[in-house]
Design a binder for this molecule. Structure first.
Ligand code: JB8
Length: 271
């Protein structure tokens, strides 16, 4: 995969030389290039911004400078990604889709953002997809941190980047739609805290069930919104019982009986 990142602070992207992403690059699995937007300025002061039409605070990035950069970098099969607080939420599903593509170009805005005609113009160019994306509901000073997040989330999904592909399938926000279970290693007691006995038992079936229950209860307690979004077919009867015990029956489950005046057997349960 080829990725181009354009920024007025290219040094902000230095962490992409390190760790897993750095290894993916040196291994030839990821062709990542970071560019200085000012390389596409034409004036003596290398100006990238100007005052907003209509007035208001701050400065806006000029479309002509961005246009020269993007005309150089985009090809006939490119995805232009624009970090912005008003974009679509970036999720693991977004990363999974992007990991199947051939060329990503990330345009990092600063100040009050990039002139809106840039996204509009490239959205009409054949062979180019434009996506505006946001990491979450908070405001950064520019798109660079979002570009770092995007590249790391996508790069680790590229074939051959993560040594053991099994570590990709079990993790939080994977296909299961649940948070990860808690993990432990040696020593078996630390700070007066013991590792749960089941994990030392060697009973692989019981361990798998305990981990699944932990994932369900944690998700119910911490991220009930994820449970509401779950495909009901992702939960079996044991899963539903675990969630009911946690006080969070899954969406669409019948409400839990509290006090039934008709007594046992007199309720609505079917035969
Ligand atoms: C100027 O919060 B953000 C974000 C903030 C920004 C720009 C881009 C992204 C450009 N401020 O994701």
């Amino acid at each position: 995969m080829r990725v181009d990142v354009v920024s007025i602070f290219p040094d902000y992207l230095a962490p992409l030389d390190l760790s897993l992403v750095g290894k993916a690059r040196t291994a030839g699995l990821l062709d990542l290039r970071v560019h200085d937007l000012r390389d596409w300025t034409t004036d003596r002061h290398r100006t990238v911004d100007d005052t907003p039409f209509g007035g208001g605070a701050g400065m806006v990035m000029r479309p002509d400078v961005w246009g020269r950069a993007l005309d150089d970098l985009l090809d006939d099969d490119s995805h232009l990604l624009l970090p912005t607080p008003s974009g679509d939420r970036f999720t693991q599903r977004t990363a999974e889709r992007l990991a199947t593509e051939t060329h990503l170009v990330v345009a990092c805005g600063r100040y009050e953002g990039i002139d809106a005609r840039v996204a509009a113009h490239y959205a009409t160019r054949p062979g180019v997809t434009v996506s505006e994306f946001s990491l979450g509901d908070y405001v950064l000073n520019g798109g660079e941190v979002a570009a770092l997040v995007l590249v790391e989330a996508v790069a680790r999904l590229l074939p051959g980047v993560v040594g053991n592909p099994e570590s990709l399938v079990e993790e939080s926000h994977g296909a299961a739609g649940l948070l990860e279970y808690p993990v432990y290693t040696k020593p078996p007691t630390w700070a007066d805290l013991a590792v749960p006995d089941v994990l030392l038992s060697g009973h692989h079936g019981r361990i798998a069930r305990w981990r699944r229950d932990q994932a369900l209860v944690r998700t119910a307690q911490r991220r009930p919104d994820l449970l509401d979004a779950l495909d009901p077919s992702a939960l079996d009867a044991h899963d539903r019982a675990t969630l009911a015990d946690a006080g969070r029956p899954p969406h669409g489950a019948e409400p839990q009986a509290t006090e039934d005046p008709s007594g046992p057997g007199g309720g609505s349960r079917e035969a």
